[in-house]
Design a protein around this ligand. Sequence first.
Ligand SMILES: Nc1ncnc2c1ncn2[C@@H]1O[C@H](COP(=O)(O)OP(=O)(O)O)[C@@H](O)[C@H]1O
Ligand SMILES: [Mg+2]
Length: 148
Amino acid sequence: MKDNYVKLTFAAIGENVATSRMVLSSLLAGYDLSLSALDELKIALSEAVSNSIIHGYGEDASQMVTVEFTIADDILTLAVIDQGVGIADIKQAMEPTFSTRPEHMGLGFVFMDSFMDSLEVTSTLGHGTTVLMKRNLKSEQLFNADAV
Ligand SMILES: Nc1ncnc2c1ncn2[C@@H]1O[C@H](COP(=O)(O)OP(=O)(O)O)[C@@H](O)[C@H]1O
Ligand SMILES: [Mg+2]
């Protein structure tokens, strides 16, 4: 497949989780991914985007989240970037069931980590957070071919 790059910037409202998922779906339309692989990628993206909206910005609609979609040599890279409050302790934040909001499950990073080949989080308190995730799209195709 052709390499591609899309940068999407949107207001920090919950509705735009779906917007980011739609862009991901259209970018991946040419790949013969299984439904489960597509779902996993959408979940990983949704978790990162909703974290930026909810935790980063407290759903302040005047703030912006950026997602950069890169496909290079059949590797998908998703960068989810906010200029929100930042994360005080990244290691702790990534632990299963840790959440700074008691009503939340604290599993977002667990999903991102298990559904993507790699996950990197960088954050500065008061300046924002970047989540970088990669997944090989080709190995999934090969896997499908074997499975059929
Ligand atoms: N973009 C972000 N900005 C600020 N804090 C974040 C961000 N993403 C994650 N966090 C912090 O990491 C914690 C764990 O995130 P996650 O695993 O998705 O669980 P949950 O969203 O259910 O709390 C959050 O509760 C929050 O404190
Ligand atoms: Mg979350």
